[in-house]
Design a protein around this ligand. Structure first.
Ligand SMILES: Nc1ncnc2c1ncn2[C@@H]1O[C@H](COP(=O)(O)OP(=O)(O)O)[C@@H](O)[C@H]1O
Ligand SMILES: [Mg+2]
Length: 260
């Protein structure tokens, strides 16, 4: 189960991306990278961050610990920057945060960073499964920390949940965008990574992850369904995508073959 911490101090904005994440200190004296519910992408970006991040962890990939972070309305009071003050006010209550990895650097092939075939292949599989377009050479969203790879920033994964009514039609998508994946050059073992992934993911894994998604975060999905029913829809979607995984696995294997 994810822990819940209380934000005690807004430390520093991380201005790179559009979602205005920030380094925030919490009552356990830890530093976290907070993803705010009130940011432009809305609560479904936090849902994607939680779901794709925890699916990655289930596969044995490294993801910084994900926690819920409680933001008190008072936190914005001493914030001089209007935009940040506004964001904190709009995010009062529960938000998501990743453990901050101090001194980490972004994975960069141009700087001769490399990945192992097994890890690259499993990451490619994950991003094809979750249809994550945010793992390119320009924007790797992979941190190197103590020489190990950590996956971050899954807010843009599962984009199909923004089109809830037609979501299930996307379950068999080949996901041609995989050809832009930053780790594709090293992903020479997609077939065995796929077998490993399929042995680790099942209804119980998905159920356990979905059970942790706060109900109110699902309210922005335009549907008459209750949060519990929406959670079941996600579980069913993931199971269908798993059943049709050969389609996106072949696509990724072919995209890799075109590179070498
Ligand atoms: N857990 C973390 N530890 C250290 N730095 C991080 C962490 N998460 C994000 N960052 C840094 O903050 C930047 C923005 O975070 P990210 O999650 O990629 O959000 P976005 O791209 O939507 O702004 C990253 O590119 C990275 O440099
Ligand atoms: Mg990013």
């Amino acid at each position: 189960m994810l822990r819940t911490v209380q934000a005690t101090r807004y430390v520093l904005p991380l201005r790179e991306g559009g979602s205005l994440p920030a380094i925030v200190e919490a009552d356990d004296l830890g530093l976290y990278v907070a993803k705010f519910r009130g940011a432009g992408q809305g609560p479904l970006a936090l849902v994607a961050e939680l779901l794709a991040g925890e699916i990655a962890r289930s596969l044995g990939l490294r993801v910084p610990e994900i926690v819920f972070i409680e933001i008190d309305a008072a936190l914005s009071r001493n914030e001089p920057d209007y935009e940040i003050r506004h964001l904190l006010k709009a995010s009062a209550g529960l938000n998501l945060a990743l453990d901050y990895l101090p001194g980490s650097t972004m994975f960069d092939p141009a700087a001769r960073d490399a990945a192992s075939p097994a890890e690259a292949s499993l990451t490619v599989w994950l991003d094809a499964f979750t249809q994550n377009v945010d793992r390119t050479a320009r924007n790797a969203n992979l941190l190197l920390w103590h020489r190990k790879l950590y996956l971050i920033d899954h807010g843009a994964a599962l984009f199909f949940h923004h089109n809830w009514a037609t979501m299930h039609a996307k379950a068999g998508s080949p996901f041609a965008e995989i050809e832009h994946h930053v780790l594709l050059p090293w992903a020479s073992e997609i077939q065995s990574a796929a077998a490993q992934a399929r042995s680790l993911l099942n209804r119980e894994t998905f159920r356990h992850i979905l059970d942790q998604v706060p109900g109110p975060w699902l309210d922005s999905i335009p549907s008459e369904q209750t949060p519990a029913e929406k959670r079941t829809e996600y579980v069913d979607f993931f199971l269908r995508r798993l059943e049709s995984s050969a389609i996106f696995e072949q696509e990724a294997i072919q995209a890799h073959a075109r590179l070498v």
